[in-house]
Design a protein around this ligand. Structure first.
Ligand code: ZN
Length: 433
């Protein structure tokens, strides 16, 4: 007797008509036609069943603060940082917790069950850290939250930042962050990368830096990060977030750089929605896209995980906690239109992101956590195209969110009475024909 049995599922890797049985919070069986009973049964009717979405880069301390204390007029990253600096002294623990919990509700409804959030450690009160640690505990039954100590105003540029970051780690923050391109000089940026990797090595922690989030092709902190990763023996435990300067770099230099990133086992975390919104702001026309080189990084074997970064905060007024929207934007900005490319983008918001976070028990195999999302789409391509409705979200074998199938009644003579957008893809598009 299983706790939950999902029948007739399509899996992201192309397997069809698979039954998935969950017992004691884990996948107990996954095969065609499981001959058994369960306390609860769902017929997926050939819809896509995926492991949950994972967001490897977010700011849970800033989310849903849009308009406080004012809007970002220039739309630039730098005004966003200044605006957050105005808001910071007004932040209270209670309001931070309330907004973060509200965002996690939204995330769960979208099948997003693991988030890595940077937490600003610039305010010596560390009220953001206190609040996010409490949120991490409160959401633990339904969402895995990892916290990064993020010196938003610079590790060397801001007085007291070194001490505050270490106190945040002492309080139980999981990952060492950084922002080398925001330090006063290139040299201090590089020195901050070295110093922060040393902190991580000494404490046995992973690293995830905002790295080269700029259109300046001379911003090459990723090179220093790759070298420091190897020197401190941190391979596989370091992530470079954004890496937007790579968009504007010289091709010859990039041909040296990408192998260095691959050698160091660095996880690349572009944030397509934010990159396309914030980068290229000093350009007239043509305007650069400012997203890093995703297909080239993937081709070199680098683990590329896509982040949402912001939802309704000083940097980004849009967003809905939907990782399919993040993937949808990546497909456009990187022009990854082939079937294989779209499949890779689906992996970038699921398995690749789980790998970047080092999540245990993630995946669709026997023994993995009983965490699943049933989508109103047949396959990953359709899920990305439609930003498909989440019919059910399952955590450790328990249904924690559910939606009615989305359809529209049509009142046109001689035409069908009902439209379900998920039925409209030509079958050849999904079959690879
Ligand atoms: Zn960020």
């Amino acid at each position: 007797m299983f706790d939950l049995l999902i029948r007739n599922a399509n899996l992201p890797d192309g397997r069809r008509n698979i039954d998935i049985a969950i017992a004691d919070g884990r996948i107990a069986a996954l095969q065609p036609r499981i001959d058994a009973k369960a306390r609860e049964e769902i017929d997926a009717t050939g819809r896509l069943v995926s492991p949950p979405f994972v967001d490897p880069h977010f700011h849970l301390d800033a989310t849903l603060s849009l308009g406080l204390p004012r809007m970002n007029r220039s739309g630039t990253l730098l005004e966003g940082i200044a605006l957050w600096g105005e808001l910071r002294p007004m932040l209270t623990r209670e309001a931070l917790i309330e907004r973060a919990l509200r965002y996690c509700d939204l995330a769960v409804s979208q099948g997003l069950l693991a988030i890595r959030s940077h937490v600003d450690t610039s305010d010596p009160r560390l009220v953001t850290v206190e609040a996010m640690i409490e949120v991490r505990e409160r959401v633990a039954p339904y969402l895995d939250l990892q916290l990064v100590a993020f010196p938003q105003d610079g590790y060397f540029r801001s007085l007291g930042a070194e001490d505050a970051l270490k106190r945040a780690l002492d309080m139980g923050v999981d990952v060492v962050g950084g922002i080398p391109h925001f330090e006063r000089t290139m040299q201090e940026g590089a020195a901050s990368v070295e110093a922060l990797c040393r902190v991580a090595a000494e404490r046995g922690l992973p690293v995830d830096m905002h790295c080269d989030e700029t259109d300046d092709p001379m911003s090459r902190h990723i090179e220093t990060l790759a070298a420091a990763t190897v020197r401190f023996g941190l391979q596989g435990r370091v992530a470079g977030s954004h890496l937007t300067s790579m968009h504007s770099m010289d091709n010859y230099y990039v041909s040296k750089l990408i192998p260095l990133i691959a050698e160091a086992g660095i996880h690349a975390i572009p944030n397509p929605l934010i990159n396309i919104m914030l980068q290229g702001r000093h350009d007239t026309y043509p305007k650069r896209r400012g997203m890093t080189r995703i297909p080239e990084l993937m081709a070199a074997g680098v683990n590329v995980a896509l982040g949402h970064d912001c939802v309704m905060d000083p940097w980004y007024s849009m967003g809905s906690g939907d990782m399919l929207e993040v993937g949808h934007m990546a497909i456009h900005v990187a022009q990854m239109a082939s079937i294989a490319d779209k499949q890779r983008i689906f992996e970038a918001i699921t398995v690749n992101s789980a790998k970047a976070l080092g999540l245990e028990g993630y995946g669709l195999e026997k023994g993995c956590n009983g965490d699943l999302v049933i989508l109103q789409a047949r396959d990953p391509l359709e899920a990305l195209r439609l930003k498909a409705n989440r019919l059910a979200v399952i955590r450790r074998g328990r249904i924690i969110a559910r939606s009615e199938p989305r359809s529209t009644q049509l009142m046109l003579d001689g035409r069908p009475g009902m439209v379900d957008a998920a039925d409209y893809a030509p079958t050849t598009a999904a079959e690879g024909g």
